[in-house]
Write a protein that binds this ligand. Structure first.
Ligand SMILES: [Zn+2]
Ligand SMILES: [Zn+2]
Length: 137
């Protein structure tokens, strides 16, 4: 959880800069392959009953190459804009939960280990980047 007290957001806005482990916002290994703490930078502004959080999350995301299934890890920054409706009884908002949902719902990205990855032979199953196909002759 990244708990922010609504009262503590001044009229000029509030900047936060935190490093949280993925477990710290409730992400499990099944939900997301993230191999570093998440660096969370956000600018929050309160106007009437809405808090807008301009949020940037940087972390090392794990992938499998779409062609040869090699494991990769890429440092990515993802940007989100969250709106929280807060009535006067709301004391805290949880930015972590919003980030968790965005990460879980993100569409899988097609990543290649290199732009000319040769992939895996569909017949003999060898990784064509490291071995010669055995079924050509
Ligand atoms: Zn590959
Ligand atoms: Zn082959």
């Amino acid at each position: 959880m990244i708990k922010i007290s609504v009262r503590d957001i001044p009229s000029v806005g509030l900047n936060i800069d935190q490093r949280v482990p993925k477990e710290g916002i409730g992400l499990s290994d099944e939900e997301a392959d993230i191999r570093s703490p998440l660096s969370v930078k956000a600018h929050l502004e309160k106007a009437n009953n809405v808090i807008v959080a301009d949020t940037h999350v940087t972390a090392d995301f794990g992938y499998l190459c779409a062609r040869c299934l090699k494991e990769l890890s890429l440092t990515e920054e993802r940007s989100y804009k969250f709106d929280f409706e807060v009535d006067p009884t709301v004391e805290y908002i949880d930015l972590g939960e919003e980030i968790r949902q965005e990460i879980i719902m993100a569409n899988p990205t097609r990543i290649l280990c290199s732009k000319d990855c040769k992939g895996i032979c569909s017949k003999c199953g060898v990784n064509l980047n490291t071995e010669k196909c055995k079924c050509k002759k």
